[in-house]
Design a protein around this ligand. Sequence first.
Ligand code: ATP
Ligand code: MG
Length: 289
Amino acid sequence: MKISTKPFRVRAGAKVRLKQWPTKVKPFYNSAEHYQKLLATHIQELSKRQELLYANNRYSLLLIFQAMDAAGKDGAIKHVMSGVNPQGCQVFSFKHPSAEELEHDFLWRTTRCLPERGRIGIFNRSYYEEVLVVKVHPEILRGQALPEESLTDKKFWDKRYRSITDLEKHLHRNGTRVLKFFLHLSKAEQRRRFLKRLDDPARNWKFSKFDLVERGFWSEYQAAYEECLAATSTEHAPWFVVPADDKLNARLIISQIVCDALKDLQLEFPQADAKRLQELKNLRRQLAD
Ligand code: ATP
Ligand code: MG
C-alpha cells in the first residue's frame, strides 16, 4: 500500500496555521503486526535505494528533524533508518552550541556535517533552531557575538530565513536533496508522554526540568514554527508536517516520504561501458591463472 504524502507537504509560499494541520490522522495500519509489515516493506525499499545512491555517488539526501520535546524524533530516526547500511547513513544531533561554534556564523556547525555523496545524512535538530528556539528566546542572540547592525536590523529574521533557503538551493544544485520533517505533536499528547517519563523509572533519564520550561513557551514555539515553515518550505527543499500523536503512523509517513524522494532520483546501478567490460574480462582471466 502506498501512503499518499501530499497532504503533509507544505506548499511553497503557503501560509501555515498549525491548528489546521492535524496531529493525528486515521492510521495507515490496522494492527501492530500490520504496522510491522508496512514498516519492513518501506525499510527494505529504502535500503535498496540507498545502495543505488551509494553506487552512483552523485547525490546525497539530507533529512532534517525538528519538533517539540517528546514528539518522537529519536524513535523515528531509529526505526526508519534501522535497515539502512550504517556506512551509508550519518546522524548528527545539534544541542546548545559550543563556545567554538558560537565563534562562527550560524550555518557553520551544521555545514561541516553535511552528508557526503551517496550518503543519507540525518540532522536531529539543525540550523532551524536558529529561527525557532532563538526566536522564542531572542536573548540567546546576545551570546552569538553578532555585529550591532545585524542585531538592530528590522529584517533580521527574514534574512535568517533567506540564508537558510539560499543554502538549501545551493545544496540542491550540487546534488543534495533536502527533506524537512516537523513532527507535529499536540500539547495534550506531550503532557501524556512527559508523565510517562516521570512515572516510568526506565524513562526518567529522558526528562529534564528544561523540558517543562520550554513547554511553558508552547504558543511562542507554534508561532515560530508557523513562520519558519511558511518562509522556508520550497519546491526543492519542502517541509512536511507529520502528525506525531501516533508515533507508529508518523514513522510510516516519514519512511514513505524518504522512499519517494529516493525513487524520484531514478537511479540505476552504473552500467559498465565497452572499455570497462574489456577490463573486467581481463581481470577475470588473471584471476583464473
Ligand atoms: P532529547 O531530549 O530527546 O534527548 P533534544 O534534541 O531535545 O533530545 P536536549 O539536550 O534535550 O536534546 O535539548 C537540546 C536543546 O538545545 C534544545 O532545547 C534546543 O532548542 C537547543 N538548541 C539546539 N540548537 C540550538 C541553538 N543553535 N541555539 C540555542 N539552543 C539550541
Ligand atoms: Mg530534550
